[in-house]
Design a protein around this ligand. Structure first.
Ligand code: WT7
Length: 658
């Protein structure tokens, strides 16, 4: 390996100052960074005051036995009480908690905090009646309907850790998660709406139950009313939500749980081996998600209408649709379906209809809108928006600028938020009223968080260089362990820089000349071209900055001369048609100009789609198989398994060049 840990390739000079209006009323000012650094525990104690504790903690942090942290030691609280009841008690019961929007047009429901309290209490009583007690695990396998939020909060209320399994996952994936956390009850529905059609869920639960016998009861929400099929109902196990929840009492006194009581387990697939059950606990997680939601989105709970487009099956849906926003008592939108049903402007119409002020989504969605062009969003009035957020992948500078311009009307700061299932909360992000925006950069750790970019030896790299992104201090919402596997927890996250005691996140990053952080993607994806370690992100961003390109994925393929060579897969914007005869030459020239000869792709393939996981991340592993002419590997986690066929066809039809 060469001296450099990761090359710094792209330069980006665009800057956006925080709007004066937002800066003036910002929740956090720049002094917060220093204040937090000087006394981190005092800062986190201050943040914990935003919650209601039945018993206050004795000690903010116990880090005596790293990497096993305890936060707010001795404190007791109830997460559901904090997300719901206390707002009602404060006289805000009539405030809308959820503007729920179903995929079928006109299928919508507004739910106030008082109504939410009622529902959560009934569901909590129903779960108790089904034999669920504190500490028992409950799996939730639901579409994006209000009952999903109610179910999570009901579990939290009675101290039963939930594990939400994304509704798009198969029976096998569900079964392995049920088995791993020994879930006693599953909450599901007959189905949900997707792309205009009812799509069944219950049969997958039935099938999962043939693979594991841990489940005692299945609680079923009737959403679509679709036929459950022959043998689709088992009286010994299945119960309807409307039978047991609607009939249950709406009185339930929340019990206070220890700050370290498990709140939920979220499975994350990782690159190899069986999924890891990431454990989050109650106090620290709720402090972390509530604080960051308030700080990073500069939340004004009285006036903002907030919308996070993530599914509750992902950690983003946990921290920034359920726990953070509800702990902060905001009004938010929750949408069931896909962005383009029944028409392509559906999201923009929702923003217009509800006057959404803060919108949080993923780069993969932004790039797909970029591909379609500005015409559809331009037909909607989105002047209510004041802050935009991005999460899940590096946002290419061009996608950032498009998002800010077309969706945000050039008014809105864009916060590029870096975090992980494991971190539980946003860690690195601009603050919209403090930090200026640099397209493509997550900027700095937020107040209270400590991160570094280090080299192989764990030494901080100088400004202008790349390396490994590490977290150098514990934080309240950090994962506590991998469910049932403390050794794997230590090996996976704490072994690489054990000497320094750093958490290694698996991502590469660079510090620019100002010391601001640019996350460059997973280090597993780094290519080695003639001894230079190149990240995929910067080359992809260079391709996306070409006016004909909407999306790009880059991988390294074996090369006799250079060790590895850059291979690119590119999706063109719709208005670029087929790109013209010289498109491949044009794009190679463009990368050479933007970055330099070292990054010029050896090969560029124009493709109609890219292989993505269900949460929208590009699966470069499969593209490496294609680039190296191998049989394509395991495609079971692909959102759409026909994509690989489309890509192979594209290549066979000669739309590529060596
Ligand atoms: C990985 C974590 C964070 C919740 C959703 C995904 C990538 C996430 C960014 C960002 C660059 C990002 C990283 C990270 N990632 N946000 N703003 N810039 N990369 O959670 O599935 O646990 O994925 O997503 O690679 O490690 P996750």
């Amino acid at each position: 390996m060469s001296e450099e840990t990761l090359s710094n390739l792209l330069k980006e000079d665009r800057r956006f100052e925080p709007p004066a209006e937002i800066a003036e009323h910002a929740n956090l000012k720049s002094e917060a960074y220093d204040r937090a650094r000087q006394d981190r525990e005092a800062f986190w104690a201050e943040q914990a005051e935003r919650l209601d504790w039945s018993q206050k903690w004795d000690r903010v942090l116990d880090w005596d036995d790293p990497p096993f942290a305890k936060w707010y030691v001795g404190g007791k609280l109830n997460a559901a009480y904090n997300c719901v009841d206390r707002h009602v008690e404060a006289g805000r019961g009539d405030k809308v908690a959820l503007h729920w929007v179903g995929e079928p047009v006109d299928d919508k429901r507004d739910i106030t905090y008082a109504e939410l309290q009622d529902e959560v209490c009934r569901a909590a009583n129903a779960l108790l009646s089904l034999g669920v007690g504190a500490g028992d695990r409950v799996a939730i396998y639901l579409p994006m309907i209000p009952e999903a939020v109610v179910a999570m909060l009901a579990c939290a209320r009675i101290g039963a850790p939930h594990t939400v399994v994304f509704g798009g996952f198969s029976a096998d994936a569900l079964a392995s998660r049920l088995e791993d956390c020994q879930a006693k009850v599953v909450i599901t529905s007959d189905g949900g709406y997707r792309r205009g059609n009812p799509s069944a869920l219950k049969p997958a639960v039935d099938e999962a139950r043939t693979k594991t016998d841990v489940v005692e009861k299945v609680l079923v929400v009737r959403r679509t009313g679709q036929d459950l099929g022959e043998g689709g109902w088992d009286d010994a196990v299945d119960v309807w939500w409307h039978d047991v929840v609607d009939g249950a009492s709406a009185d339930h006194t929340p019990e206070a749980f220890d700050a370290e009581h498990p709140l939920y387990v979220m499975y994350t697939s990782g690159t190899t081996g069986k999924p890891k059950g990431i454990l989050h606990t109650t106090g620290g997680y709720l402090v972390g998600s509530a604080y960051t939601h308030w700080a990073v989105f500069d939340l004004k709970p009285e006036t903002d209408v907030y919308w996070c487009s993530a599914d509750i099956g992902w950690v983003t849906g946990h921290s920034y649709l359920v726990y953070g926003p509800l702990a902060n008592g905001v009004t938010q939108v929750m949408y069931e379906g896909v962005p383009d049903s029944p028409e392509r402007g559906r999201w923009w119409k929702i923003i217009q209809d509800y006057g959404v002020t803060i919108f949080y989504t993923a780069p993969t969605a932004i790039r797909s809108f970029m591909k379609q062009g500005a015409e559809i969003p331009d037909r909607h009035d989105m002047s209510s928006l004041r802050i935009l957020g991005s999460v899940g992948e590096p946002i290419n500078p061009e996608a950032y600028v498009w998002y800010r311009h077309v969706i945000g009307g050039d008014r809105t700061p864009v916060v590029d938020t870096w975090w992980q299932t494991e971190t539980g909360m946003i860690m690195i992000s601009p603050l919209p009223g403090v930090t200026h925006g640099k397209p493509g950069s997550a900027m700095t750790p937020i107040p209270g968080v400590a991160a570094e970019v280090v080299d192989e030896a764990g030494e901080p790299v100088p400004d202008g260089s790349g390396g490994y992104l590490v977290l150098t201090e514990p934080w309240p919402a950090m994962l506590r362990t991998i469910w049932g596997d403390d050794e794997r927890f230590k090996d996976t996250y704490w072994a690489r820089f054990a000497e320094q005691g750093y958490y290694f996140a698996g991502d590469g990053a660079k510090k620019d000349d100002d010391g601001d952080i640019w996350v460059l993607g997973r280090v597993d994806d780094v290519m080695n071209v003639s001894g230079h370690r190149l990240s995929t992100t910067e080359i992809e961003s260079a391709l996306v900055s070409h006016p004909k390109v909407a999306e790009a994925a880059v991988v390294g393929a074996k090369d006799e001369d250079t060790g590895q060579a850059v291979c690119a897969f590119v999706i063109l914007r719709e208005d670029a048609g087929d790109g013209g005869d010289d498109i491949v030459k044009e794009l190679r020239g463009h990368v050479r100009k933007e970055i330099g000869p070292i990054a010029t792709p050896r090969q560029i393939m124009i493709v109609p789609e890219l292989p993505k996981t269900r949460s929208g991340k590009i699966m470069r592993r499969l593209l490496r198989d294609v680039a190296e002419h191998r049989e394509v590997g395991d495609v079971t986690t692909l959102a759409d398994s026909s994509v690989m066929d489309l890509i192979s066809q594209g290549i066979d039809s000669g739309r590529s060049e060596d």
